[in-house]
Design a protein. Structure first.
Length: 331
């Protein structure tokens, strides 16, 4: 049997190569480019670990040997080990279409149950006051609405409803949409920020650019939608860049690493010893709401956790966004 090659681009004369097949399948199933890069990286490491043998010729013991090596020799965390496992299971199930009983018997690494880092209200305000510009706005949204960092930087203009004080979070964790609150304290700063972003978008359009990435191949269904104002990122990058998938020059969203660095510096400047990150603001949002007396089910819905009732989709019909909850940022 002739196996697909492991890397490179396919041609009409040769069969598709394995990593190309993996990449194509990931895109068909709408996985993010970050997941795509991660999965391809782990599959490559798995193949090289076993002397470049084709995965079709390997089995359960080979996967277990690789995962054990990561834990023992590589000393990776349980979450990293499980990510590698997910990549390999995707390879076998979705690409090679091998459905064997041993796939379900691969041991899942048990991650330690750690309590989240939470800031007090005073500590939160101390950190927020030491941030500026877009970083301050994003951090305020994380604490004021409970969004995740990537949900904030991927936020589109059309998903911010100033009239209803709502934010529609698209494709959150688990590919679920949800509605959360837009804190009143950020409305005016956010409007001023969007005025600058709109001016930048006009400049891009005048220069022949102004198109933004559209999910789920919507650019084919609506060819001009990518240039519309509503689809632009609320927090765009300062520079244009080439989309690695399409090759088009676009203005992507702000790099989340910049927010992480700014948050780390703000924590230092505030004199805090807690290892707080942008995600800590989300934890603090939930904790402070519970401390204020809101029921846990409401908080779960606002956070978009996996056990949210399907009725959460109807929260947008309330008189005020986010189930009528007053954001802790507005207290």
């Amino acid at each position: 049997m002739v196996h697909p090659n492991l890397s490179g681009k396919s041609t009409t004369a040769n069969p598709p190569k394995l990593l190309d097949l993996v990449r194509d399948r990931l895109r068909v199933k709408h996985y993010s480019i970050r997941t795509e890069e991660s999965y391809l990286g782990w599959i490559k490491r798995y193949i090289y670990f076993h002397g470049k043998r084709h995965p079709r010729d390997l089995g359960a013991r080979h996967i277990e040997a690789f995962l054990t090596h990561l834990a023992v020799e590589g000393k990776v965390s349980a979450s990293t080990q499980n990510l590698a496992k997910s990549a390999l299971l995707f390879l076998y199930r979705e690409v090679l279409e091998i459905k064997l009983p041993w796939l379900d018997n691969i041991t899942q690494a048990k991650a330690p149950r750690r309590l989240p880092v939470v800031l007090t209200v005073g500590e939160t305000q101390a950190v927020l006051s030491r941030l500026a510009g877009s970083h301050a706005l994003i951090a305020s949204l994380l604490y004021g609405s409970g969004m995740r960092l990537m949900e904030a930087v991927r936020l589109r203009v059309k998903d911010v409803d100033f009239a209803r004080c709502e934010i529609l979070v698209r494709e959150g964790k688990g590919f679920k949409d949800r509605v959360t609150m837009l804190p009143e304290a950020v409305i005016e700063p956010l409007k001023a920020h969007l005025a600058k972003v709109k001016a930048l978008h006009r400049e891009d359009l005048a220069a022949g650019f102004g198109e933004v990435y559209m999910p789920f191949a919507l650019d084919k269904k609506y060819p001009h939608a990518g240039r519309e104002w509503g689809w632009q990122y609320v927090f765009p990058s300062k520079s244009l860049s080439v989309d690695p998938r399409s090759g088009k020059t676009r203005r992507h969203h702000l790099d989340e690493k910049g927010v992480q660095r700014a948050m780390k510096q703000a924590v230092r400047d505030a004199g805090l010893v807690k290892p707080a990150t942008p995600h800590t603001l989300r934890h603090s949002f939930a904790t402070h709401l519970l401390q204020s007396g809101y029921d846990i089910r409401t908080v779960q819905e606002l956070l978009g956790h996996s056990d949210v009732s399907t009725t959460m989709i109807y929260t947008h019909v309330l008189n005020k966004g986010g189930k009528g909850v007053v954001s802790p940022l507005d207290r």
